[in-house]
Design a protein around this ligand. Structure first.
Ligand SMILES: C[S@@+](CC[C@H](N)C(=O)[O-])C[C@H]1O[C@@H](n2cnc3c(N)ncnc32)[C@H](O)[C@@H]1O
Length: 258
């Protein structure tokens, strides 16, 4: 896999506050049906600027720090292939890599969905998508489509996506509700929405607090937007893998019986 052009590592350290002490021990894959209940939402929200539901919204990671996304230690820290194994992605699927950056995960997804599948790689930064396109070309990968999204519009086709994945992205979204509603539209009924986020519950995870999310916070934000919590995997050294689905449409005759 070709790496993106090098930009100063310093920028990354400044943005994410990363330092790299010993990793947690690898644990066997485990999926938990967590018990956290999401409160029902009724009134329109009035969050203080730069916050959402009581947490700060992180700054978007600049393309100038893209080198960090392909750092040598990332495989050991994030175990991307084990993460994708847990999601059981099938050949031929349409998968959206939201906030794809320079394509670290998109390239892996492209191999998994194969030539009959598609990866829709979105990002709000054109420079990130340019790096991603270069990396895909260098790797000879042809099934990744770069999509320039905005904070209020995913720019994805409606009802076509089997799985939407956000690796280390959601905490940067400045309009989380627009993002979640856009993803709900883009997903097929029964399609999955997956968050890979650094654990806020663990002070040992060496990432700045605003770049981490707790499981409870993710559920609190996502469920009121009409997603159903499916499962949570905690086998990665530093990150949650949190899986939701867009509820399937119920057949008309089933609805009449209510
Ligand atoms: C920390 S990087 C992670 C990149 C990639 N997912 C990876 O793991 O290598 C976060 C990326 O999300 C993008 N981003 C932030 N908010 C976004 C949004 N609402 N929609 C799409 N991309 C977004 C940023 O531009 C940045 O490229």
């Amino acid at each position: 896999m070709t790496r993106p052009r090098l930009y100063p590592l310093l920028a990354v350290v400044l943005i994410l506050g990363v330092h790299l002490p010993g990793l947690a021990q690898e644990a066997p894959p485990a999926s938990t049906k967590a018990e956290v209940k999401a409160p029902a939402r009724s009134k329109p929200r009035r969050d203080p600027p730069g916050t959402y539901m009581g947490r700060p919204i992180a700054q978007v990671m600049t393309y100038q720090a893209a080198d960090w996304l392909f750092r040598d230690t990332r495989e050991a820290e994030e175990q991307p292939e084990r993460m994708l194994d847990a999601l059981k992605i099938q050949p031929g699927e349409t998968v959206a890599d939201i906030g794809a950056g320079a394509g670290y995960t998109s390239l892996r997804l492209a191999r998994r969905v194969g030539p009959t599948g598609t990866v829709l790689a979105t990002d709000v930064q054109t420079q990130m998508l340019a790096l991603l396109t270069d990396n895909a070309r260098a790797a000879g990968v042809k099934n990744i489509k770069a999509v320039r999204s905005t904070q209020s519009d995913t720019k994805l086709p409606e009802g076509k996506v089997d799985l939407a994945l956000m690796v280390d992205v959601y905490h940067e979204a400045s309009n989380p509700e627009a993002l979640l509603q856009g993803l709900k539209k883009a997903l097929k009924p029964g399609g999955r929405l997956v968050f890979v986020e650094f654990r806020a519950e663990d002070p040992e995870v060496p990432i700045k607090p605003e770049h981490k999310m707790s499981l409870a916070q993710v559920r609190r934000e996502v469920e009121p937007q009409g997603f159903r919590f499916v499962e949570n995997f905690e086998f990665l050294p530093w990150q949650h893998i949190i899986v939701f689905e867009k509820p399937k449409d119920r057949p008309a005759d089933e609805k009449k019986e209510d």
